[in-house]
Ligand binder design. Structure first.
Ligand code: 3HC
Length: 402
């Protein structure tokens, strides 16, 4: 099915970013939210993204107006009768998402695809409330949506092959890289990213290094921004929600750093409200150090820090995901580069493991387990690979062949 017209529900940062991406590819899109104020804010966000390009000389004013003419705001369902795909980007509440798709099923055409931009809620569960689970799918964009190339395409148990193919082709028409991911908590990228981000927060609360040094170490490694800065961009509240879903699925290794909850309680939610791990305005509020001091049972007074402390759990989770068949080794690496900016010269977490040696990754994880606990427990596949001589580039074989 060719997609001629789209609708995005939820005009927040992600929804507006997705609407901009769709209009940029030349397709009309309805941007719907609860009230006119939210819709206007969303439309202003879309315009701001285009204005930025105009200011940089990357497009003309008239090209911007042509693109803006493709997006129309809505607070109701008028205009949905010829929509081919609806992408919801509302808050993470499964019952609300189910109700939304139920409501839209009765106004959208027969063949309409219902895609969810959920970060971590199960697609099959969202689909279960609809009449056509074959038309429901996950289409997970990354923040900032206009820049990050990845779209995770997540079929639920009942999603049809036709819907998957349509969404893959649609994603490509948006000039994005679609990667098909098996449904699991956190899908692929959040599942790998969270252990990395969370470890930065644990290192901070343990007094290993100040926030700026932790961030600088990972920028030195080649990441586009530091993990604590990224937490602030994603949102502390969103991160806590994703972490809780991961913990629920994967147990103790995915326990959220306590400092995240202290930040949330102190209403330091990240860039969106002026402060998170860092401060972005001059308002008076509880200092980060006071919140760190509130964290109980830190375990250690001052622990050691290195970039490896964050990168190794990301690699480990990549290996566990590979074992589970969440995605192929190639796709895992592409997804992490396109979705999080993992350094291209390192080729993604699994190519990087091959570069430094699978045996080195295993022994690093063993040392980290001794120093910091069982959340670093190496994936069984790593041990098998080392015993079998799959040591990476130096052996001519590892996660890939050389
Ligand atoms: N909206 C639109 N465009 C933006 C933008 C935004 N919010 N932020 C940056 N840009 C554009 C800039 O205009 C610039 O465009 P240009 O190349 O045409 O001039 C380009 O992006 C690069 O921006 P900058 O030069 O200002 O800054 P950087 O080169 O440092 O890039 C970044 C900024 C793209 C945010 C980069 O730091 C990055 O890739 N960070 C990692 C982001 C990441 O990991 N995202 C995933 C988070 S997890 C997630 O979203 C999942 C969810 O479910 C939780």
């Amino acid at each position: 099915m060719y997609i001629y017209k789209a609708a995005v529900i939820g005009a927040g940062t992600m929804g507006a970013g997705i609407a901009q991406v769709i209009t940029y590819s030349g397709l009309p899109v309805i941007l719907r939210d609860m009230n006119q104020e939210a819709v206007d804010r969303g439309l202003a966000t879309v315009r701001k993204i285009y204005q930025n390009r105009v200011d940089k000389g990357k497009m003309t004013e008239s090209e911007m107006e042509q693109k803006m003419a493709l997006v129309s705001g809505a607070t109701d369902n008028s205009g949905f009768s010829d929509v081919d795909i609806v992408i919801e980007a509302i808050y993470e509440d499964i019952a609300v998402k189910q109700k939304l798709f139920q409501e839209l099923e009765s106004v959208c055409p027969e063949g309409c695809i219902f895609a969810s931009n959920t970060s971590s809620l199960p697609i099959s569960a969202i689909a279960s409330a609809t009449k056509k689970p074959d038309k429901v799918i996950g289409m997970h964009f990354f923040n900032p949506a206009p820049v990050m190339k990845l779209i995770e395409v997540i079929p639920g148990l009942g999603t049809s092959d036709e819907t998957i193919d349509d969404v893959v082709l649609f994603s490509e028409s948006l000039r994005k890289i679609p990667i098909r991911v098996q449904e699991c908590a956190g899908f692929l990228v959040n599942r790998l990213l969270m252990p990395y981000l969370n470890e930065a927060a644990i290192a901070l609360q343990e007094g290993a290094e100040p926030a700026k040094s932790i961030d600088a170490a990972l920028v030195d490694f080649g990441m586009p921004m530091g993990p604590l800065t990224l937490f602030d961009m994603v949102g502390i509240d969103v991160s806590v929600k994703v972490s809780d879903i991961l913990h629920d699925a994967y147990g103790p290794r995915a326990t959220a750093a306590a400092i995240l909850r202290e930040l949330e309680k102190a209403n330091r939610l990240g860039t969106k409200n002026g402060a998170g791990f860092y401060e972005y305005d001059d308002e008076k509020r509880e200092d980060l150090q006071i919140l760190i001091d509130k964290v109980e049972n830190k375990g250690v007074e001052k622990s050691e820090f290195s970039a490896n402390r964050l990168i190794m759990p990301m690699i480990n989770e990549a290996v566990i995901s590979l074992q589970e068949g969440v995605a192929s080794a190639e796709d895992i690496d592409i997804a992490m580069m396109a979705g999080t900016g993992f350094p291209q010269d390192k080729g993604g977490p699994l190519h990087y493991a091959d570069q430094i040696g699978v045996d080195v990754v295993l022994s690093e994880l063993e040392s980290l387990t001794k120093a910091h606990g069982e959340r670093f427990w190496p994936a069984p596949m790593l041990k098998r690979m080392v015993l079998g001589g799959y040591l990476g580039e130096k052996a001519g074989k590892g996660f890939f062949h050389y």
